[in-house]
Design a protein around this ligand. Sequence first.
Ligand code: SF4
Length: 459
Amino acid sequence: MTIASVDRTIQLITTGETVGSTCSPDLATAPWEFDSGTPGYGPGSSMGDVIPTGSPRQGELPERYRTAFTEELRASIRAAKETLGDRVLVLGHFYQRDEVLQHADFVGDSFQLAQAARSHPEAEAIVFCGVHFMAETADLLSGPEQAVILPNLAAGCSMADMADIDSVTECWEQLEDLYGTEPDADGRVPVIPVTYMNSSAALKGFCGEHGGIVCTSSNAETVLEWAFERGQRVLFFPDQHLGRNTAKAMGVSLEQMPMWNPRKPLGGSTAEELDDARVILWHGFCSVHRRFTVDQIATARIEHPGVRVIVHPECPMPVVDAADEYGSTDYIRKAIAAAPAGSTFAIGTEINLVQRLAAQHPEHTIFCLDPVVCPCSTMYRIHSGYLAWVLEGLVGTAERPAEVINRITVSADVAGHALVALERMLAAKPPASVVEPVETPVVAAPGVSRADTVVSAEA
Ligand code: SF4
């Protein structure tokens, strides 16, 4: 039996069964310990980020789920899924831990999973093992009678939380004071808002209402082209790095990309800088991808001559510039799958995905650029204890009627505008395909049973 609260790799490091270090000793602590304590994102890469006061909080998880062993939780989840059949759809993000992902019917990035939600109208409940903004998007794209469930309400996203509707509205008003709303001679309006998928439904709604659009890390360039055709400048939020890396690749100079810090007048830029801007970058970032450095790439090249370095576009610009390639999680997966056997990859993205790719591709050498094990702390909040809780809630018992726990609902006034922004994105580029699950065994670590290491979904 294994302790249910501790991630497999972290457990092996803390027990000395494998070498390595973690970014926080708290990673060996169960996520429910953070539900009732000081509000925060929990241990992991975004633990230092400030959680907004209005963020949803998870109530106490019933004791049975906190004290169960891994195998008990796994059996409970499987039994509940079997009872529910097609009535429930479990979606798992690439960055989730394997203990959760093995129960997913579909695995993918946030948009692929939202598409999976949309293409399964028979499911009465969609359990989204990801973070809050992803569950909101699934709710937007699924039917009104379908319930989207987030197993742990505290699973937010620190990057998404860096841009809230009040700050963006305030920014918009300042830009309107400077530039008004009238289009120029070419029909381009002064500013087009573009939000990354990693944002609240309220911001997607803001974009829909103000002539803007949503983008993903896969289609950011297509979306920026769309926006440049319609606007003199773009307001891009919340991720400065995706905006900067994408616009730079399109030939926009750094001088034409001033930053907007919501805590400063005019975002900390001068009116002249904003006049000349092509892209105004919101001061947001992903704490997971910000950990990658140029020095790590240099070390990887010394220690592994011929290594292919691929990083995610949420990484800082110097890291993207120093890498061989950059691209979305889907791009990284496909690049590894297409490479000749014997290739060596250093990957700059979330550790759970990198470890899974390494296990799925024993023909390659694959490692994370960051030698410290440090998962996305907001994804970490989803644990199989919470998954068992919400699934058994849907089943109900003789003593407890079936119930929908932790439903995520986007209000109708926001949903209408948000769908407009999403539809504009879909019209700008056809959607990517959804990833189907496959049984993929991974190499068992010493002292760990093979059953503990089976990943039952493509990543
Ligand atoms: S990896 Fe970064 S952007 Fe993705 S959910 Fe975690 S904090 Fe948010």
